[in-house]
Design a protein around this ligand. Structure first.
Ligand SMILES: CN1c2c(nc(N)[nH]c2=O)NC[C@@H]1CNc1ccc(C(=O)N[C@@H](CCC(=O)N[C@@H](CCC(=O)N[C@@H](CCC(=O)O)C(=O)O)C(=O)O)C(=O)O)cc1
Ligand code: HCS
Ligand code: ZN
Length: 785
């Protein structure tokens, strides 16, 4: 240990003229904002789905939850993490947990007792139940995690309605741990909700909500909790002065209640609010210095001596190993000035990274050395805190490993591909434009495709049955040969084609049976990508994804979808849509390299996918869909950054989509998001047809498309594929009438909200038959001129 550092981090006492150093009296704290709840082997997913299927009891599900919490707390304690986060566990979603806790249950889900403690009410809010629609689900900021949107009305009343949080605090205390409850803060909770009654602003409910938060905090004090973490990521968004005032008033109201409060911000730069945050009656502030490193100084200056500063220096959104030497250097000044008031943490909850790298058995040693999953990130946080407390020598081996990984990644020949760089540099200037404008293309496509008015189509995937998944798992394990796997997938494609013929669909899809996931499937076939065996991350409820890792320059070694698509086309005379995932979505749903700008990686993806589009056209495919559901999610959190992002994102889409003739029809598809604030950019993508999710919002989302006069064809979803609930003909017709009111009939398509992969066949059959019937009625009511 360097003497200089040692003295800086110890309290020196003078005794009889000698300086006696008392080691470890000043310790930088290592803590965590939240741990993934799914379990290293997706135990939670399996238990949830078994419970919903009726094969395990509620008690068994609850027991799985208890075991996971105990395991995750022990893991964090053993890694040297100071507190046990409580409240990061959820049987569906942590925002829904707050809804249950504060009793904000929409009347349609309320039970007689008014309590939300029962899982039936909880899951009814999340998934709908017996004809009662679920609450909306939307993206958690710019992540691929979806939360259940709280619903507020002028009649909403709050009261503590669920004991789970308190019970879990007791659970942690009984295990000898120091629980730190983690709750979405009151401002963010209201901000992320939606209004269900007219002429009312949800933030007007803040005073009433704060009464309940105050009561919750008091209960936590009574239980002996030292610290509570209140997450306010909404601070990373654009907030007007009156909103900030409300935010400040909320914390003033809570000042006298509860344990010490750590106010956690993440996902962006909150330095504009530094003075405000430092003045609040809270005991600590967490900032994300992975996303916004420059904000550290704003918080170090004049931080009141009563407050701790928690610095999120380990990336909670990506899987790259931390450069521990750089992190320690970044925090050295903070450590010297704050001592034990400095807390080290991941940038945000670890919800967004896989559980444990130890579960990967197939990664080569070099690549593996570049990675850290949640479990490894805890060790990194701990090592950084130890280095700051006791000097770098105390973590010599972790430092050496981290140094070696940083050096190996920088110099690896696997990362840079000169051919890819040259192709991008030579991309012709017109590669981002179709040959003719939409009206000309529309005529050419109408002549080629001969579609009826209100053409029906689906979004791509058909039910991914247990048999399909088993076949893929067997093929991956090597227990069935490739030929048999291909045969099984072809049989599935042929079944899907047959059924679409029977339903009377106009533009067919092959069903995506061969795809494990719409992004991972392409990642597995593109160069520059790596993929994991078990790197699961929760997307919503029990649904998980395994984001591929983009570590180097991206290229396409060979066609990826052409064989499956042409096989499907060979089975029918109806047009078969080629089905691709677009560059922005592949980027957004992968773990992305950080050594070059995201826009550059996106363009590499666009060029690789462009070649696939050209090959599909060459193979005779007349309609190609390029899914971009994540284009809205990738939007920066601050408006000032929108234009730059939308400029490169839409260009990448056009580069992908534009190598084709006028009579080849390009579709795109978007879901899960509010699109109205990016309509000009959606129009700039210049897809011939866009299919979008609208049914959950009762076509509300479509109004913007009408007002903006979106110029090309639109297919607003009429079937909410996220819910087991089936809409009847009258409901579909009502939705379509709303669409006809804002979009000219000749430009309307009829389709579900999104792919059908999560649905079962009987529901699919019922919904699509009804959908075709609805389109046929409209054709009669609004015949072509
Ligand atoms: C459209 N959405 C997507 C998002 N992100 C993506 N990357 N992909 C998306 O499609 N974001 C927004 C939305 C909503 N999100 C989702 C996310 C996930 C699902 C979903 O259905 N996930 C499946 C897992 C899909 C998958 O990768 N399957 C693999 C592995 C299957 C598996 O679990 N195998 C078993 C063995 C099976 C056996 O032997 O029988 C195992 O490994 O243990 C595959 O099919 O090969 C999920 O189940 O969570 C939907 C919407
Ligand atoms: N083609 C994909 C889009 C999902 S957003 C599917 O149908 O599943
Ligand atoms: Zn979708």
């Amino acid at each position: 240990m360097k003497m200089e550092h040692f003295l800086k981090n110890t309290k020196a006492e003078e005794s009889h003229g000698c300086i006696i150093a008392q080691e470890t009296t000043i310790m930088v704290v290592a803590h965590n904002l939240g741990f993934p709840r799914i379990g290293a082997n997706r135990e939670l997913k399996k238990a949830q789905e078994s419970f919903w299927a009726g094969t395990i009891s509620e008690a068994e599900l609850i027991e799985v939850g208890r075991e996971l919490r105990a395991k995750h707390w022990a893991l964090q304690k053993n890694a040297g993490i100071a507190f046990a986060p409580v409240g990061d566990f959820a049987f569906y979603d942590h925002v829904l947990n707050v809804t249950a806790l504060v009793g904000a249950v929409p009347p349609r889900h309320a039970n007689a007792s008014g309590s939300t403690a029962d899982l039936k009410t909880y899951f009814s809010m999340a998934r709908g139940d017996a004809g009662v629609p679920a609450q909306d689900m939307t993206k958690w900021f710019d992540t691929n995690y979806h939360y259940i949107v709280p619903e507020f009305a002028d009649t909403t009343k709050f009261a503590i309605a669920d004991e789970s949080l308190f019970a879990q605090v007791s659970e942690a205390l009984a295990a000898g741990l120091r629980p730190k409850p983690v709750l979405v803060g009151p401002f963010t909770y209201l901000y992320l909700g939606k209004e269900k009654s007219a002429g009312f602003a949800r933030l007007s409910l803040l005073p009433a909500l704060l009464e309940v938060y105050a009561a919750i905090l008091d209960r936590l004090t009574l239980l002996g909790v030292e610290w509570v973490q209140l997450d306010e990521p909404a601070l990373a968004l654009d907030l007007t002065a009156d909103k900030l005032e409300l935010f400040a008033s909320a914390y003033a109201r809570l000042a006298k209640h509860g344990p010490k409060k750590l106010l956690a911000t993440y996902f962006g730069d909150v330095s504009d609010h530094a003075a405000l945050l430092k003045s609040l009656p809270v005991d600590g502030i967490h900032i994300d210095v992975v996303r916004a490193p420059a904000q550290l100084d704003s918080f170090l200056v004049d931080l009141p001596s009563t407050k701790v500063l928690s610095v999120g220096v380990v990336d909670g959104r990506n899987i790259w190993r931390n450069d521990i030497r750089a992190s320690v250097a970044l925090l050295q000044k903070a450590s010297s000035s704050l001592g034990e008031r400095l807390w080290v943490a991941p940038s945000c909850s670890l919800l967004h990274t896989p559980v444990d790298l130890a579960n990967e058995t197939k990664l080569d040693a070099e690549f593996r050395s570049w990675l850290a999953f949640s479990t490894q990130k805890l060790a990194e946080v701990s090592a950084i805190a130890t280095a700051l407390t006791s000097g770098e020598a105390a973590v010599a081996s972790q430092l050496a490993e981290s140094d070696a990984a940083v050096a190996s990644r920088k110099s690896s020949v696997r990362v840079n591909n000169p051919e890819v760089r040259a192709r991008i540099a030579q991309l012709p200037a017109n590669s981002d434009a179709r040959q003719s404008p939409y009206p000309v293309r529309a005529k050419a496509q109408a002549a080629r495709l001969q579609l009826p008015r209100f053409p029906t189509t689906t979004i791509g995937s058909f039910p991914q049955t247990a048999e399909i998944r088993k076949a893929r798992a067997d093929f991956k394990k090597g227990t069935i040969p490739e030929a048999l796997y291909v045969e099984k997938m072809k049989a599935e494609i042929s079944l899907v084609v047959e059924r679409q013929e029977a339903y009377g669909i106009d533009v067919f899809v092959h069903g995506e049976a061969e795809r494990n996931d719409m992004v991972e499937y392409f990642g597995e076939q593109l160069a520059g990508f790596a993929f994991t065996e078990n790197g699961w991350v929760q997307s919503y409820g029990s649904r998980c994804v395994k984001p591929p890792v983009i570590f180097g320059d991206v290229s396409r070694p060979k066609p990826m979808t052409v064989d499956w698509t042409t096989y499907a086309q060979s089975l029918t005379k109806k047009p078969m849509k080629g089905m691709l995932t677009g560059p922005v979505t592949v980027l957004q749903w992968s773990f992305v390299r950080v050594d070059i700008p995201r826009s550059e990686t996106c363009l590499q993806l666009a060029v690789a996918l462009r070649d696939e589009v050209a090959d599909l056209e060459k193979a005779g495919i007349a309609v190609i869909q390029i899914d971009e559901p994540a284009i809205r999610e990738g939007l920066p959190l601050r408006r000032k950054d929108y234009d730059a992002y939308l400029e490169w994102a839409t260009r990448c889409f056009r580069v992908n989509a534009s190598p084709v003739r006028d009579d080849t029809q390009i579709h795109t598809h978007m879901c899960y998001s509010e699109f109205n604030d990016i309509l000009p950019a959606i129009a700039a993508m210049d897809a011939d047809v866009i299919t979008i999710e609208t049914s959950r919002s009762d076509m509300e989302l479509l109004t913007g498309f009408g007002t903006f006069a979106y110029p090309n064809d639109i297919g607003p979803g009429v079937y909410d594929i996220h819910s087991p609930r089936l809409p009847n003909l009258a409901e579909m017709l009502q939705l379509l009438e709303k669409a006809v009111a804002v979009i000219p009939a000749e430009r309307l398509w009829v389709n579900p909200d999104c792919g059908l992969k999560t649905r079962k066949w009987p529901e699919t059959e019922n919904a699509l038959t009804t959908m075709v019937a609805a389109a046929r009625e409209l054709r009669v009511k609004y015949p072509a001129a």
